[in-house]
Design a protein around this ligand. Structure first.
Ligand code: SAM
Length: 224
C-alpha cells in the first residue's frame, strides 16, 4: 500500500498534457483510459518490483504511471499490435531499462521477471486458449514472482453489459483494439487459471467501485 508520502498518480489531464508528442486522438484515448480504469490499484500492486513484463502493454500507460511514482526497475512492454507499440515509443521514447516490443507472449521464451502484468487483455484471448496463455504468463515469472491481472467483472449486471458493449465497439466496430476474440473473462475465471498454472496466494479483489465499468484485480505468486 502507498505510504503517506507516496505521490498521487497523474490524472487524466496530466496524462493528456504529458502525451503532447502524440496526435490528439491518441492523447484523448490515453486520458480516457486513465480516467476509466482503477490504475492506482494496479500501480500499488506492482510498485517495488525490479523487473516487470507488461503483457498487452498498449500505448504504454502503465509504464508512464509507474515512472511517475519513481519506479526505476526494468520494464518490458509487449503487444502484438505494432500500432500500439509505435505509439508507446513515440510517447515515452527509449530508455535502456525500458523497452516496448511488438511481439506475442510466445516469443518471450527465455527471460523471466519479478512481476508480470496483464491489464485488460484476457477478453481478447479466445476462451479455449486462455489456459495456455496464462500458463505462458506464469512461466515468465521468477520463483516468488507476482502476477497482477486487471479484468472486467464484478459489480451490478448493468456494468457487465456496458463492458461487453464497449469491448465489442472498440474491437469489432471501431478496430481501435485488435484481438483474436471479444469474450468476457471475469476475476473468478482468472483466479482459476492462475491456480491451474501453479500459482499460489491467488486473490480476487473488486476494483470497480467508483468506476463506470466493473473491474476485478487478480493476483498470484509463483512458489519459491
Ligand atoms: C484494452 S487494451 C489494454 C492496453 C493496456 N494494457 C492498458 O491497459 O492501457 C488491450 C491490449 O491487449 C493487446 N492484445 C490483444 N491480444 C493480445 C495477446 N494475445 N497478447 C498480448 N496482448 C494482446 C491489444 O493489442 C491491446 O493493446
Amino acid at each position: 500500500m502507498p505510504g503517506p508520502s507516496t505521490p498521487t498518480l497523474p490524472g487524466p489531464r496530466a496524462v493528456f498534457r504529458a502525451a503532447s508528442a502524440l496526435p490528439l486522438g491518441a492523447r484523448l484515448h490515453l486520458a480516457v483510459r486513465r480516467w476509466s480504469a482503477p490504475w492506482p490499484r494496479v500501480v500499488d500492486g506492482l510498485e517495488g518490483e525490479r523487473t516487470l513484463l507488461d503483457v498487452g502493454c498498449g500505448p504504454g500507460l502503465l509504464a508512464f504511471l509507474l515512472e511517475s511514482r519513481g519506479a526505476a526497475g526494468s520494464y518490458v512492454g509487449i503487444d502484438p499490435d505494432e500500432r500500439k507499440v509505435s505509439r508507446a515509443r513515440a510517447w515515452l521514447g527509449r530508455l535502456p531499462r525500458r523497452t516496448f516490443r511488438a511481439c506475442e507472449l510466445s516469443e518471450i521464451r527465455k527471460e523471466t521477471f519479478d512481476a508480470v502484468s496483464v491489464v485488460d487483455v484476457l477478453y481478447l484471448v479466445p476462451r479455449a486458449e486462455r489456459e495456455a496463455f496464462v500458463a505462458a504468463v506464469a512461466a515468465r515469472l521468477d520463483p516468488g514472482g507476482r502476477v497482477v491481472v486487471l479484468t472486467s467483472g464484478g459489480g451490478p449486471r448493468w456494468k457487465r453489459l456496458l463492458d461487453r458493449l464497449q469491448e465489442r465497439l472498440v474491437v469489432a466496430v471501431l478496430g481501435w483494439t485488435r484481438g483474436s476474440a471479444v469474450e468476457p473473462c471475469d476475476g473468478a475465471e482468472v483466479a482459476a487459471l492462475l491456480a491451474a498454472a501453479g500459482l499460489v496466494d491467488v486473490r480476487v479483489e473488486d476494483a470497480g467501485a467508483g468506476h463506470l465499468h466493473g473491474f476485478e484485480l487478480v493476483s498470484g505468486r509463483k512458489p519459491e
